[in-house]
Design a protein around this ligand. Structure first.
Ligand SMILES: [Zn+2]
Length: 306
């Protein structure tokens, strides 16, 4: 019996040894294969790509949508998303739209049991989302430019938290931001105080942010005096236009509905014509920023579009 046990013990060891040799051998081949791939990758250094990050900067809800020029029976949508975006270009970084004020998240006392403060809700501030995404920049460093589609409170919420970025603003909104008294509805001057001292580029029309045509502000006034939309020409995703508040709902675009609180209805329609012609010419995708149903299909930071 002792001899038999020794025999099986020896056979077992031999199998294990053989297995180890095979494993080591396979491991070696894998290492070789991966190092070849790395070498090939290193030889063909890709161009730094243009990236678009999407952030969830809140929700708005409405009992009625008649203020948007829509009858209540024409859409069932009563909740809008409030997004923020960062465009990461090889030559610099642009924040596009600043979402709801961080106070909506941080002021616990005002929240109801579901986290709403009035008709607004913010689960995580943009600053918190940037920390969590570990993108290597935050609101106080690493942003070169900030541009808001317009100065309404749900688009400039983090403006006072940003430092070191140049504000790209259309003249109409620049003047309206600091008018006394405020003449544009839905503007909260206290959200704009730090912009008084920010470096700024006051624009009188379309603007090519990085000079290569890939990130462009398109002037589209009417919602506010200096409303604008953003064009981003992404390599893989393709050309894309972010709507600002040119439209809030899908029916707004389909039927050219103008909100009752727009400062200039006729100018709004002209801006719709201009932007739609641009979208067609570029064969661009078009994202209605406030469209929650669309937003829920998007990939959030730290993932990105390129
Ligand atoms: Zn809005």
């Amino acid at each position: 019996m002792t001899n038999n046990r020794c025999y099986w013990w020896f056979r077992g060891c031999a199998f294990i040894l053989l297995g180890t040799v095979v494993l080591v051998s396979c491991g070696g081949q894998q290492d070789q294969a991966s190092s070849t791939t790395e070498a090939e990758t290193a030889e063909a250094v890709p161009e730094p790509s243009l990236k678009l990050y999407v952030f969830d900067c809140g929700r708005l809800r409405f009992d009625t949508v008649t203020n948007f020029g829509i009858n209540d029976d024409e859409t069932e949508v009563r909740e809008l998303v409030v997004p923020c975006y960062v465009v990461d270009h090889p030559a610099g970084r642009l924040l596009w739209d600043g979402g709801l004020p961080s106070s909506v998240k941080l002021n616990e006392e005002e929240k109801d049991e579901n986290g709403w403060v009035g008709n607004a809700k913010l689960e995580y501030t943009l600053a918190e989302q940037l920390v969590r995404a570990e993108l290597g920049f935050d609101l106080s460093s690493g942003l070169d430019y900030m541009a808001f589609s317009h100065i309404h409170y749900d688009h400039v919420g983090v403006a006072n938290e940003i430092s070191g970025a140049t504000w790209l603003v259309q003249r109409g909104d620049y003047e309206a931001a600091f008018a006394d008294p405020i003449t544009v509805p839905a503007v909260q001057p206290e959200l704009l105080t730090n912009l008084r001292d920010a470096d700024r580029l006051i624009l009188d029309g379309d603007h090519d942010v990085f000079g290569d045509g890939r990130v462009r502000l398109i002037s589209a006034p009417g919602h506010t005096p200096g409303h604008q939309v953003l064009f981003v020409d992404l390599d893989w995703t393709g050309p894309l236009v972010l709507s600002g508040d040119l439209y809030h709902f899908r029916i707004s675009r389909d039927d050219r509905r103008v909100p009752v609180f727009n400062v200039d209805p006729e100018m709004t329609l002209q801006s719709m014509d201009k932007v739609e012609a641009f979208v067609a010419e570029q064969e661009a995708m078009f994202w209605i920023e406030h469209d929650l149903e669309l937003f829920e299909t998007l990939q959030m930071s730290p993932r990105y579009y390129e």
